[in-house]
Design a protein around this ligand. Structure first.
Ligand code: FDP
Length: 345
């Protein structure tokens, strides 16, 4: 019997499909702060749920899952049917996996205790972000943050397990359901992006080690609120216009953030008269994107301090958010601070 060593094919007849998310997670497991395999499994659970949500969003116009659900969430926003479906999908995946003990979700008033005594992780999630865009076929997303619980496993969940600063995240990511579906995540060792290959049902590494441009020429803000902005934001946006930067605002945080991360730019959701603390939620929107931004060399601030340093005080706390290319965020923050000082004189 002849035994030959495997020789990878070099004919070019069958191109390599690349590295799957599963394989990548396995390869990188030793980089995780706690390399026990549970965080890897948790990321896989999230990826699985996101594939299902991707399927549902693609079918939204065909099956009876578009439109409003008929209830408002704790934020006072009308829930869309797909918001509710996505929440169920992620809750189910996370509760079955066994790694998670508690979940904070945009769609739930309270912390959900999974009653899983061995779960070491707490997940904060916005199951479907930008949901006002669902019915018009525009990109939407999922955002997630993963924390290690502080109290010992087996004991009841406590507030300190939930109210952790963004700097304590052990992993964070988002899924963008766009012209293609992408999953982007970090475990604190850089940022990697994976594109979903529908026919194979797998995410493949397509954007290794994402590095955000230091500066850019795109600004993303809802200019309809201009009359309600603080002077510093007003002046910064005027400067962007003087420099002939491009305005790009989808109104889906994940999509706007993703574009600016790759191309260079700044996304702003500042404090307004209507929303003096901004609109976006710290625990399951700003923190995850701030960690990804910093890991890719970009920045995230509330105009006063680094997003990741904010001590949360309530579950659905809002925060102003300036996020994107570091030079742009620094400049916008500096203008806000100057105007704040002037207003005190
Ligand atoms: P949505 O309300 O559609 O869920 O997270 C909230 C969010 O979308 C972000 O995705 C988006 O960037 C922002 O709100 C849009 O708010 P405005 O309509 O006030 O611009």
């Amino acid at each position: 019997m002849k035994i030959l060593p495997y020789q990878p094919d070099s004919s070019g007849l069958a191109y390599s499909v690349g590295t799957t998310l599963d394989r990548f997670i396995k390869l990188k497991q030793s980089d995780f702060p706690f390399a026990s395999g549970e965080l890897s499994q948790l990321l896989r659970d999230i990826a699985l749920a996101s594939k299902i949500v991707n399927r549902e969003t693609n079918r939204a116009g065909l099956s009876n899952i578009g439109g409003a659900f008929g209830q408002v969430n704790v934020q006072g926003e009308e829930q869309q049917k797909l918001d509710v479906i996505a929440n169920i999908r992620f809750m189910r995946a996370l509760s079955k996996g066994g790694e998670v003990c508690a979940i904070v979700s945009e769609e739930e008033d309270s912390v959900i205790d999974l009653q899983n005594s061995s779960g070491k992780y707490v997940v904060a999630i916005d199951p479907l972000d930008g949901s006002s865009n669902i019915d018009v076929n525009i990109s939407i997303g999922t955002i997630f943050s993963i924390y290690r619980r502080i109290t010992p496993t087996g004991s009841p969940i406590q507030e300190i397990d939930i109210m952790q600063k963004g700097s304590e995240q052990v992993a964070a990511g988002y899924v963008l359901y766009g012209s293609s579906t992408m999953l982007v995540y970090t475990t604190g060792c850089g940022v990697n992006g994976f594109t979903y290959e529908q026919s194979l049902g797998e995410f493949f590494l397509s954007h290794p080690d994402i590095q955000a441009p230091k500066t850019g020429e795109i600004y993303s803000v809802n200019e309809g609120s201009q009359n309600d902005w603080e002077t510093g934001i007003d002046k910064y946006i005027s400067l962007c216009k003087e420099r002939r930067y491009s305005a790009r605002y989808i109104g889906s945080l994940v999509a706007d953030f993703h574009r600016n991360l790759l191309k260079g730019g700044i996304y702003l959701y500042p404090a307004t008269k209507k929303n003096p603390s901004g609109k976006l939620r710290l625990l399951y929107e700003a923190n995850a994107l701030a960690l990804i931004a910093e890991q890719a060399g970009a920045m995230a601030t509330d105009g006063n301090q680094r997003i990741l340093d904010i001590q949360p005080t309530s579950l659905h706390q809002r925060t102003p958010l300036l996020i994107g290319s570091s030079d742009m965020v620094q400049e916008a923050e500096a203008m806000l601070k100057i105007e704040d000082v002037k207003s005190l004189i």
